[in-house]
Design a binder for this molecule. Structure first.
Ligand SMILES: Cc1cc2nc3c(=O)[nH]c(=O)nc-3n(C[C@H](O)[C@H](O)[C@H](O)COP(=O)(O)OP(=O)(O)OC[C@H]3O[C@@H](n4cnc5c(N)ncnc54)[C@H](O)[C@@H]3O)c2cc1C
Length: 417
């Protein structure tokens, strides 16, 4: 395998995993991150089996399992108590579960693991990528030259992706969310991602996300859906905000009682971006920069980790760079397409002012998910193991054995609640 000089733009989950995987393969990696003190943005997320598999490849699975919370069930209901979604990983495979994890935990574990060959230029925003020459220009006008490969992983609002290839689609979603971490304490649904809905106008979510290396207090990630315009207007006045949450989910409102509103809540905006071409010359897109989507399916971090692993694998093949990048693109697009499709179709059913779609969702989603064909399809999409409409991502048996070794099974965790 030829050792390359690689620039990675962006030190989010995708950039971190890429830096670690490629450094371990002996490539000379330099990361450029615009933030002066890189750290996680946002509260927590759900890692799917496909994302856990990448962490297993990185020898970080035990560490994330030690900090995260095994999630066996996703349960969503209307504020009136009607079940809309009830999915259990074990119904696909008894060894599978999701892992609720703090963003800070993943950031710290990936960061601590990247020591050998570490070269991080923090506070260095890249403004120009010369894909043919392998050259970067930063915001101060400095030129960084001589790269064999440039990995553009600057996130969903990427300012660089259009320099690599024109997007087929790149638009903001009209809805976003507010996020924060709260103490888990005696939360009654410890092994579940729980959501409450009022049509698609209101949605609250609570996901147990465990601890961080520097903080032993178990936390939960809270999610509150809002139109993007309200986020721009600071998320609304305090008392109406609390009253809205109380009406949707009193237990969640109680947990948020001491959270400052809106100062204690982080705003999140999403984009929908798609590229037919993911690379040009020596530059390649990775993570949200290549395929931003709404977080409705909870797949973005998982897909960014998978992108990093796929890139490492094609570089290992010894092919010339254009062929290797073409294979990376073909492989990842074949997996991603269906996730883009479903996230685009499902998001308005959960975050919009529409009436008919959400009413149909409330009436049909749960019954359809109980049909054998429907349930299998939904669980495959959820776990990240659907590839195209009918294909599957095959998880390595040794990885599945490691998951199975985990003492407390997700079904037991659900039964406890
Ligand atoms: C509300 C919400 C909930 C989510 N929940 C989940 C979930 O449960 N599960 C899941 O898998 N995913 C979830 N996601 C999606 C997930 O957060 C993203 O898909 C993931 O973080 C993408 O990683 P990335 O490395 O591509 O980009 P990012 O993590 O956004 O990292 C991009 C990095 O690039 C840096 N950067 C930007 N521009 C430049 C520049 N010009 N020069 C240098 N550096 C730059 C940024 O500072 C940042 O550090 C959620 C997203 C949101 C918004």
């Amino acid at each position: 395998m030829k050792r390359l000089r690689v620039a990675v733009v962006g030190y989010g989950s995708g950039g971190q995993a890429t830096a670690l995987l490629l450094s371990r393969d002996g490539h000379r990696v330099e990361v450029f991150e615009r933030v002066a003190q890189p750290g996680p943005v946002g509260a927590g997320f759900l890692l799917q089996p496909v994302g856990l598999r990448v962490l297993w490849e990185l020898d970080l699975l035990d560490a994330v399992l030690a900090h995260g919370v095994r999630i066996g069930r996703l349960f969503g209901e209307t504020a009136a108590g009607r079940a809309v979604m009830d999915m259990r990983y074990a119904e696909l495979d008894a060894r599978l579960f999701g892992l609720g994890l703090q963003r800070g935990a993943l950031f710290q574990l990936l960061d601590a693991a990247w020591q050998s060959g570490r070269c991080l230029h923090a506070g260095n925003a890249i403004v120009w990528v010369d894909a043919e020459a392998g050259r970067l220009v930063d915001g101060e006008g400095r030129v960084h030259d001589g790269f064999d490969l440039i990995v553009v992983a600057d996130g969903s609002a990427s300012s660089l992706r259009a320099q690599i290839a024109p997007a087929v689609l790149d638009r903001p979603y009209p809805w976003g969310a507010q996020w924060c971490l709260v103490d888990q304490a005696q939360w009654p649904w410890a092994g579940e991602l729980r959501q409450r809905y009022v049509a698609a106008r209101r949605m609250a979510g609570m996901l147990p996300v465990g601890t961080r290396p520097d903080d032993p207090v178990p936390r939960m990630s809270f999610f509150w859906s809002l139109p993007a315009a309200s986020l721009d207007a600071d998320g609304g006045a305090v008392e109406p905000w609390r009253a809205s949450l109380e009406a949707v989910w009193p237990e969640a409102a109680e947990r948020l009682a001491t959270t400052a509103v809106p100062q204690g809540l982080a705003p999140a905006r999403y984009r929908d971006a798609m590229h037919r071409q993911w690379y040009r010359g020596r530059a390649v897109l990775l993570g949200d920069a290549a395929h931003a989507m709404s977080p409705q399916l909870g797949q973005g971090v998982n897909m960014a980790l998978l992108d990093a692993l796929a890139l490492r694998d094609v570089l290992r093949s010894g092919e010339a760079l254009p062929e290797a990048l073409a294979r990376y693109q073909a492989d990842r697009r074949a997996h991603m397409g269906i996730y883009h499709f479903w996230s685009r179709w499902l998001t308005p059913l959960f975050q919009s002012d529409r009436r008919m779609g959400p009413a149909l969702r409330d009436a049909l989603f749960h019954p359809l998910s109980r049909l054998p064909g429907g349930r299998g399809q939904m669980l495959r999409v959820l776990t990240g193991t659907r590839r195209g409409w009918l294909g599957k991502v095959i998880l390595p048996p040794a990885f599945l054995d490691r998951l199975a070794m985990d003492a407390r099974s997700p079904l037991e965790a659900c039964a406890e609640t």
